[in-house]
Design a binder for this molecule. Structure first.
Ligand SMILES: Cc1cc2nc3c(=O)[nH]c(=O)nc-3n(C[C@H](O)[C@H](O)[C@H](O)COP(=O)(O)OP(=O)(O)OC[C@H]3O[C@@H](n4cnc5c(N)ncnc54)[C@H](O)[C@@H]3O)c2cc1C
Length: 486
């Protein structure tokens, strides 16, 4: 196998695939993927892609994004996202991608929470991610190395030379002029999450082990409506668009209690709805449901085919039956700190993009459906930046292929303990004492004889907990029960 490329891209979600698609075919590019290419959050995205419907809507899209981000966004990053969004979508359509349209051929836009107007494009009803992923895979001009887990970055004197991987029971190095981290978020750190099984914060942990900065790691988004019963690791998401189009959150007696928490009811932002459901369940000891009975059956099947069939498979007859719901971890606003070109500034030739990156575009809370757009817009900027210096001469270096033991006996039990710890103590509602308990236990686990992969998870968990402890006052998705005034 070839062991040297112009560009290595870690991840086959929208951020990784789009970066590859934006680079010229003359470059040698390798995309690596921990599992099958489709086992990523992009594939499971349901609702759609947020984009300004016309030039006047750009300013409103910016305003909605900044408001959802609770004053914590990097306003320049938000401008970049919203003003480049329409062009990114036009390019995708020009390449042949089809979003859902009405009978007259007009694009169909839906509305999601905290958007001031309908601006979410979707494909295949609620299968936007699947359609996008298949389309990008069909266009991809370069090879993908499947079942390949990156276990380290090859870094020397603040420059990146490639990655170390675990593939087919072997550890080896692959060298590149540029490395792009597009490895997604941190879902598997939490007991209940909606993410693909591959999303376990490895690359964020590797970055921490090289003293590369992460940003906003206390900002973790919980989706209010997931079906968390059952044994599946990835919990079934019930798209935001359901509420946008009329689904109601009710208790056992059919009471729409969300209005007691926020005048926007079901259309309040995710963190507000998540906390309201969490609080209501705790205070009233009642089950909470998503009621979709206002949808005509045929329309529901057509508009939300994936949810319809997935829920049918586990015995739910939609739209007639109410679905028991709970919040679950969904999205990481925090990530590897980059500039607006996706560069990790402290290390030459290293980039991060998509959910793995932290440009500040989402602030303290991501506006629904902004992340697929982020993958498209920022991957283009990464590709452009790579092209500026790809022809510069780069010294060849050789790195040892010695690697720590990746998994040790007992890691699985500790990993599950960590997931429960993060869910209970660093989840939707946080308290100083609980965060301190979690930190103490994570530190203890770090002292044990554990494998490298668990260590990476622990490092990222520790970063989340410490960032949460540092932010003493609630902001956006970070909610402290007892605010501490010093
Ligand atoms: C159920 C669900 C529904 C969603 N719906 C929407 C929506 O409607 N609209 C929207 O905008 N956003 C939505 N999101 C969020 C959005 O899907 C993600 O934020 C986005 O797809 C992330 O894309 P990405 O390319 O950054 O990462 P991902 O698509 O998650 O891809 C990450 C890739 O990195 C690989 N990887 C990870 N670690 C390693 C490693 N160590 N070595 C090698 N490879 C590695 C993985 O295998 C995977 O290929 C949803 C998310 C979920 C979970």
């Amino acid at each position: 196998m070839k062991i040297s490329y112009d560009v290595i891209i870690v991840g086959t979600g929208i951020a990784g695939l789009q970066t590859a698609l934006h680079l010229p075919k003359s470059l040698s590019i390798l995309v690596v993927s921990k599992d099958y290419a489709w086992e990523c959050n992009t594939f499971y995205a349901q609702g759609g892609v947020a984009v300004a419907v016309d030039s006047e809507d750009i300013a409103l899209h910016v305003k909605d994004t900044l408001e959802a981000g609770t004053g914590h966004c990097d306003s320049e990053a938000v401008e970049v996202l919203c003003s480049n969004g329409p062009l990114a979508i036009q390019n995708l359509i020009k390449m042949g991608f089809e979003f859902d349209k009405d009978k007259k051929g007009n694009l169909l836009y839906t509305k999601e929470a905290a958007h001031s107007q309908s601006r979410i494009l979707h494909a295949g009803g609620d299968a936007t991610g699947r359609h996008l992923h298949l389309f990008m895979m069909q266009q991809l001009p370069c090879p993908i190395l499947y079942n390949t887990q990156v276990t380290d970055l090859l870094i020397d004197e603040n420059r990146c030379y490639g990655v170390r991987v675990f593939h087919a029971d072997k550890i080896f190095n692959i060298y590149a002029k540029k490395v792009v981290i597009a490895s997604g978020g941190v879902g598997s750190l939490y007991a209940y999450h909606t993410n693909a099984r591959t999303i376990s914060a490895d690359m964020q942990g590797i970055c921490l082990s090289h003293h590369i900065k992460l940003g906003d790691m206390e900002m973790m988004q919980f989706h209010p409506t997931a079906f968390v019963l059952g044994n599946a690791v990835r919990k079934q998401l019930l798209s935001e668009s359901l509420r946008g189009e009329g689904a109601k959150v009710v208790d056992e007696e059919g009471k729409r209690f969300l209005f007691d928490y926020d005048e926007r009811g079901e259309l309040a932002s995710r963190d507000i709805v998540s906390r309201a459901i969490f609080d209501y369940k705790q205070k009233h000891h009642k089950e909470v449901y998503l009621d979709v009975s206002s949808f005509p059956e045929e329309h529901f099947k057509q508009r939300f085919p994936s949810i319809y069939f997935n829920m049918k498979n586990i015995g739910y007859d939609l739209p007639m039956q109410k679905i028991p719901i709970s919040p679950a971890f969904h999205y990481s606003m925090g990530g590897i700190k980059t500039n607006l070109e996706g560069r990790i500034v402290e290390i030459e030739d290293l980039y991060a993009v998509g959910e793995a990156a932290n440009t500040g575009v989402h602030g303290a809370n991501r506006l629904a459906s902004n992340s697929l757009l982020e993958g498209m817009v920022f991957s283009y900027r990464v590709a452009q930046d790579i092209l500026k210096s790809i022809d510069n001469p780069k010294e060849k270096k050789h790195f040892s292929e010695a690697e720590d033991i990746l998994i040790k006996e007992g890691d699985k039990e500790l990993k599950n303990e960590l997931r429960n710890l993060m869910w209970s103590y660093a989840g939707i509602v946080r308290e100083k004492a609980n965060l301190e308990k979690a930190l103490k236990r994570v530190d203890e686990m770090l002292e044990l004889s554990i494998g490298k992969l668990l260590k990476l998870r622990l490092l990222v968990s520790k970063e989340i907990i410490q960032s949460a402890l540092k932010r003493k006052v609630s902001l956006g998705a970070h909610y402290m029960k007892e605010e501490i005034h010093t």
